[in-house]
Design a protein around this ligand. Sequence first.
Ligand code: FAD
Length: 379
Amino acid sequence: MDAIYTDEHHIFRKTFRRFLMEEIVPFMNEWEEGALVPNEIWRKFGDYGFLCPWVDEKYGGLGVGFEYSVIMIEELGKAGVDIAVPLHSDVVSPYIAKYGCEEQKQKWLPKCVTGEVTLSIAMTEPNTGSDVASITTVARKEGQDYIINGQKVYISNGINSKLTLLACKTLTNVSPPHKGISLLLVEEGTKGFTKGKSMKKLGRKASEVCEYYFHDCRVPMSNLLGEENKGFTYLMSNLQQERLVQIIRSQAEAEAMLDMTMEYTKNRTAFGQSISKFQHNQFKLVEMATEIELGRVFVDEIVDSHLKGNTNEKRVAMAKWWITEMANRVAYHCMQLHGGIGYMEEYPLARRFRNVRMDTIAAGTTEIMKVILSKKLGL
Ligand SMILES: Cc1cc2nc3c(=O)[nH]c(=O)nc-3n(C[C@H](O)[C@H](O)[C@H](O)COP(=O)(O)OP(=O)(O)OC[C@H]3O[C@@H](n4cnc5c(N)ncnc54)[C@H](O)[C@@H]3O)c2cc1C
């Protein structure tokens, strides 16, 4: 990756890091307690040009490459900030840019860049998550409208978002069932669309999740994204970047936890010496450093291929399970090396320990990655 980054990238990284340290990090405890980021914060990200920087200049973006997103995801991970900016910028808005018609792009992308409109994606339902093809939320055609009925759950940025990308069935009696999935854009405030409260969860507390309810919710057919019944194909294609976002973040979190632990173990003494001088602890630190280094090489290679337009799905699946599991191993051992203080909420390790736990679940679980890989390896 070093070969890709120019002085401009380094300046951008420094500016974003300073923005996080000054405008975001000091408030994270407060937002975590409220399980919600104030809506105005999104405008702040937008004012500085930190939302959807890849969006074409004609829609108000900077028109830069995905590597600027990579920089932001890494810095968010290093700072331990869990606001759903990558979900908005790099997971959901690319659907609009890739599959939206010109009118949809003109209507939504400039507002996504400024933060006037923030986004969520609603796939998971109370009775189905990994098995996306089994969703039961239905959009029935009536005249020039769709009438939506169903329920979604764990929707990140669900409360703050003004627009959601909804996965639903427009055909219910088709085989295989994934051929009946379509993607609809549903605006907050649409009659028949209501949101539940921010759900209490183990980690990433400032990045709210909630339930969505659709009861005879009417949206015009012009809210269809791309072609009808092609939703599953769109989801599977864009999930690659979503997984990459998760991988980059987990890797950055693991690096930050190790840095923190190296520093701590050098300064903490027991039995008359730094705890980093005990051979057992040295071996633990060395093992983690090795795994993290392996992860870094793998992540950079996958990102590099993605930037060149050759996303390697097999490697993305491998990295999704291995890097996120590795970050959890690192979290476990770093906490052990901290002793009691690591378990205290006032110390940043505790939050990271909780945060990385979701990384092996969201954007496709470890097991689903292995299911994909079993097929890719011809098993
Ligand atoms: C914090 C958070 C944020 C989220 N944000 C969003 C969001 O914004 N939008 C959204 O739509 N969803 C979101 N999700 C949902 C997430 O994508 C799902 O939780 C995930 O896909 C798993 O689905 P599930 O919870 O229904 O588990 P299930 O699919 O019920 O799986 C339960 C267990 O069974 C295993 N399993 C399932 N199938 C197989 C199989 N074939 N072989 C082996 N094991 C299997 C799984 O790996 C898992 O261990 C979020 C979840 C979390 C925790």
